[in-house]
Design a protein around this ligand. Structure first.
Ligand code: GCU
Length: 607
């Protein structure tokens, strides 16, 4: 019931006109046709393709005028007045933000239309067809062969629509994408990252049998490491199906029948299953099959919990040697959405000596999650409940909840994912505490098997500027007490780290989710010159000494692996629209601090 309610929430929130179907899990391993590549686009700051000159929205559901861009009309003869023609419009790459693909769009915030024309022929007559979007930032109105499928809000989570009854030989898929920042949105209007707009992740046509395996949870029972448990959700005309789950390499299998809602749970006793760990990221082929459908997934099996101040992976204490990452790669500007991008970023993290990565500040693309499972990198995943969102607005909560649900629904089988984070640096208030308390309960109702955290803030008491305190109601709602601290950058100079003392009054694991300093790669000076590599290196050296004094510390994810784009960073000749706290510069240059952290992690991993 809960899942259904939350799905309704998701549908309600995205105010779709056509049933936005709950996402098909493990979508890349289904029978898919990629729509990635060149799409047509139209820049539409006045939303002229959506409203007439009296600002009346074109009738999306009935009989829209041919001037509406989503009708994809062609002049029927030379006399017809049409002020657009998709076939002669310019092209843009999908996936990819528009900001870095056209100099006119670097700072553009508004609406841009996309159109993809494609032919399709079903493999089987009775197949069902879905259009699946990895993510579109920030709001998407989706039309298929002139029919409005729906509107999706939220820039970093997948969504899809069923188009079985609309697909033809020749098809026109049209989106109006809008990335205007809004106070009530999630995130709100102020962030420290670039507002990359557009279809920023894969677009897939998914073909399934008429009745198919839509969703499943398959994981080691958190309360019994000698059994694998979970559920299967079938979708289609014959919901009650015999389902077989097998893990051939472990010689495990089980058959059961789903109920009239297509739902069934299972438990498989496992005498010996190789646990997933960063040192040995064992993934098993799991085969789920029914009469009409077979799905193969690669799943790792592990348990994660806390015990007092310890984080236990498969029952053993673990120290999280982390680094934070935005979804951007150096060498080019823009969203990083490919498997190669994931390999590059996670490869650097591995080389740094990391066993953990904080995927900041929003759900990253699925390639990152899958690659981390393969490479043995534990993950912190989060939704963009960031800074000053509107805590008292029910729509804001519904938006955040829909994003949390979509992230957990997509990644619930990811062994690498050990932490869901609820918020980042949110100013303490009663409405914020209520929002996050309710949000924490939602997260636990969606997934009891992972740990909750949030990036809290540090404060000091009057007259004691060197005693740093982490004390926040939010710490009671989560399993790991995490905080961002910038002593030596936003608060004094690096020496201040060595004068500091810490008070974190919780019998829980403590984690530093951010520390760091800016440095322009290649800029060298003394260690007190801001933005020199020497300053950043000195901050890291001193912070890595300071952390030894923090009670219950079980890891950290310094800010940040690579420089990233931010309109807040205006220092000409040094920042130029880049946040320079990366250990790696925007052309892939490793700064001095990279090697300081690398040496620390190499020593840490030995003991
Ligand atoms: C904050 C925030 C980051 C930001 C960083 C900075 O902690 O969480 O998103 O980029 O500080 O100021 O560089």
């Amino acid at each position: 019931m809960k899942a259904l309610k939350l799905t309704l929430l998701g549908v309600l929130f995205s105010s779709t006109l056509f049933a936005q179907s709950e996402n098909i899990i493990n979508v890349h391993n289904r029978s898919v046709t990629s729509l990635n590549g060149e799409w047509k686009f139209l820049i539409d700051p006045y939303e002229n393709g959506f409203y007439n000159y009296r600002l009346n929205a074109f009738d999306e559901m009935g009989n829209p005028p041919r001037s509406a861009y989503f009708t994809d009309s062609k002049q029927y003869d030379k006399t017809e007045l049409l002020e657009y023609d998709w076939d002669t419009s310019p092209t843009i790459k999908v996936p990819g933000d528009w900001n870095h693909q056209d100099p006119r769009l670097q700072y553009y915030e508004g609406s841009i239309w996309y159109r993809k024309k494609f032919t399709y022929s079903k493999t089987y007559d009775r197949s069902r067809i879905f259009i699946h979007f990895g993510a579109v930032n920030y709001r998407a109105d989706v039309y298929f062969n002139g029919v409005k499928l729906g509107r999706h809000i939220g820039g970093f989570t997948p969504f899809q629509y069923e188009v079985t009854d609309l697909i033809k030989e020749e098809n026109s898929l049209v989106l109006m994408v809008n990335n205007n920042r809004k106070p009530e949105a999630v995130p709100t209007v102020n962030t420290d990252w670039w507002n990359f707009g557009g279809i920023t992740r894969d677009v897939l046509v998914v073909e399934t049998p008429e009745t198919f395996i839509k969703d499943y949870l398959i994981q080691l029972d958190p309360n019994d490491p000698n059994s694998i448990r979970g559920y299967i959700q079938i979708d289609g005309e014959i919901p009650s199906q015999k389902v077989s789950i097998s893990i051939p390499e472990a010689k495990l299998n089980i058959d059961f029948v789903t109920d009239s809602d297509g739902f069934g749970t299972f438990t498989i006793p496992t005498k010996k299953i190789e646990k997933w760990t960063p040192e040995n990221p064992k993934l098993y082929d799991v085969v789920i099959s029914t009469q009409q459908n077979k799905v193969i997934d690669e799943i790792g099996f592990r348990t994660v919990q806390t015990k007092g101040a310890d984080i236990l992976l498969n029952g053993e204490p673990v120290f999280l040697r982390g680094i934070s990452i935005h979804e951007e790669v150096p060498y080019r500007v823009g969203r990083a959405a490919s498997e190669e991008d994931a390999e590059l970023l996670l490869g650097w993290a591995k080389e740094l000596g990391c066993n953990f990565v904080r995927l900041a500040h929003y759900p990253h693309n699925e390639h990152m999650i899958r690659k981390a499972n393969e490479m043995g990198i534990m993950l912190w995943e989060e939704v963009p409940v960031y800074w000053t969102i509107h805590w008292e607005n029910p729509e804001t909560y519904a938006n955040a909840a829909a994003q949390l649900e979509a992230m957990i629904q997509r990644d619930k089988n990811s062994a690498a994912t050990i932490i869901w984070s609820l918020a980042n640096e949110t100013p303490v208030s009663e409405p914020r505490n209520e929002f996050l308390h309710k949000f924490s309960k939602l997260a636990r109702s969606l997934d009891k098997s992972r740990l909750l955290s949030a990036a809290m803030e540090v404060h000091t008491e009057p007259g004691k500027p060197l005693e740093f305190i982490v004390e926040d109601k939010l710490a009671e709602y989560v399993d790991i007490v995490s905080f961002n601290e910038y002593i030596g950058w936003y608060n004094g100079l690096p020496d201040k780290t060595l004068q500091s003392s810490w008070k974190v009054p919780y019998d829980k694991p403590v984690f530093i989710s951010e520390f760091g300093a800016g440095a322009k790669a290649g800029f060298h000076a003394d260690s007190l010159t801001r933005f020199s590599e020497e300053y950043q290196a000195d901050l890291y050296t001193k912070t890595l000494q300071m952390v030894e004094n923090i009670p219950n510390l079980r890891g950290f994810s310094p800010w940040i692996l690579t420089d990233f784009r931010s309109p807040r960073r205006q220092l000409s000749g040094i920042q130029d629209g880049w946040n320079r706290k990366g250990l790696i510069g925007d052309q892939g240059e490793k700064k001095q601090a990279y090697f300081i952290l690398q040496e620390y992690y190499q020593n840490k991993s030995k003991n």
